[in-house]
Design a protein around this ligand. Structure first.
Ligand code: PEP
Length: 251
């Protein structure tokens, strides 16, 4: 399985010109990259800027979607709309959505099921806050996010899902989870998945790490902490740094 590198542009950049510049710079840097799967998740309004991505094999993803297919849901985007726009992935359960938009595990579960039903691959984000970690609740929080977020997701469906371990305290803070701790967390999540599904499913599961990744620490999560990819926020807005990260993974 190729490592998966996902760029989460969040609510950036502010202009179409800026989005095109960023996309094209990354596209140029990806020309000779073969052994890494690169996905860009721009704001919905810029999904079209990437319509010439075929030559570079960059894939597209949404940063969120709604659980209903269509209808009177002002401001929402359906999984099918993302799929029909050329997206292969959708980020769901990102901690910023849990925190700022009060997304619950139940809502995330509905979104995951809706995405899978149209063959859009969810990148399911889980992770504890600083406060939860300090109170020693990390394990119970992850367990609850997995149990509720993946409620009634079958063994067959789970193959479509990538789990992103993203401790909220590491996101955008410049304080990444150290490799040793990240390794413990990947083992813990795999054990939970083995208990919920099966050992072979847990072994095959693609898990990625996110939280203040840069070109200096990126490789460690893959080589030393049993992650099969990365979710990158801030550093994905700097094309030179992002390309450097992809190149360190592909080397
Ligand atoms: C993210 O937004 O998922 C993320 C990991 O952000 P950053 O890389 O900026 O910490």
């Amino acid at each position: 399985m190729k490592p998966l590198i996902v760029a989460n542009w969040k609510c950036n950049p502010q202009t179409l010109k800026g989005a095109k510049l960023l996309f094209n710079s990354i596209k140029r840097g990806m020309k000779k990259i073969r052994n890494v799967e690169v996905v860009i998740c721009p704001p919905f309004v810029y999904l079209l800027t990437s319509d010439k991505r075929q030559a570079t094999k960059i894939k597209l993803g949404g940063q969120n979607c709604f659980w209903k297919g269509k209808g009177p849901f002002t401001g929402e985007v359906s999984p099918k709309q993302l799929l029909n726009f050329g997206c292969k992935y959708v980020i769901l359960g990102h901690s910023e959505r849990r925190i700022y938009f009060d997304e619950t595990d139940e809502m995330i579960n509905k979104k995951i099921k809706a995405a899978i039903s149209v063959k859009l691959n969810p990148i399911f984000c889980i992770g504890e806050t600083k406060e939860e970690r300090e109170k020693g609740q990390t394990q119970s929080i992850l367990k609850s996010q997995i149990e509720k977020g993946l409620k009634k997701v079958s063994k067959k469906e789970i193959e479509k899902i990538t789990i992103a371990y993203e401790p909220a305290w590491a996101i955008g803070t410049g304080k990444p989870c150290d490799t040793e701790e990240a390794q413990k967390m990947s083992l813990l999540i795999r054990k939970m998945m083995a208990r919920k599904y099966s050992l072979s499913i847990a072994k095959k599961l693609r898990m990625i790490y996110g939280g203040s990744v840069n070109s200096k620490n990126a490789r460690d999560y893959i080589k030393e902490a049993d992650f099969q990819g990365l979710l990158i926020g801030g550093a994905s807005l700097d094309p030179k740094e992002f390309i450097k990260i992809v190149k360190t993974i592909s080397a």
